[in-house]
Design a protein. Structure first.
Length: 97
């Protein structure tokens, strides 16, 4: 390599086409795939949050209904228990006698 000429290394065409393919096709595909996975994770969190909220409202409604029913039962028991001293036959009927 004499004479002051610079030697340039020429990349073969097939290697440059492979690099072009990697940069033009695969790199954007990988980036878009990563963005899609991130969006899917966020959507999963959003759906889980909505489901949790819906289930909690169902649980709260059910608990409220149970409390209401327990109050009704308590009132009925108090009413029945208050009648026992006045009418002892109610107690003997209840105890199976």
């Amino acid at each position: 390599m004499g004479g002051g000429k610079h030697a340039f290394v020429r990349i073969p065409t097939s290697v440059s086409l492979i690099l072009l393919f990697l940069l033009a096709v695969l790199l954007p595909s990988v980036i878009l795939s990563m963005l899609a996975l991130r969006a899917a994770d966020r959507e999963t969190l959003h759906v889980e949050g909505r489901l949790e909220s819906a289930l909690m409202s169902e649980v709260n409604m059910t608990a409220s209904r149970i409390v209401d029913l327990m109050r009704v039962i308590e009132e009925e028991l108090v009413g029945e228990a208050s009648e026992i001293p006045a009418n002892p036959s109610l107690f003997s009927r209840w105890s199976g006698g």
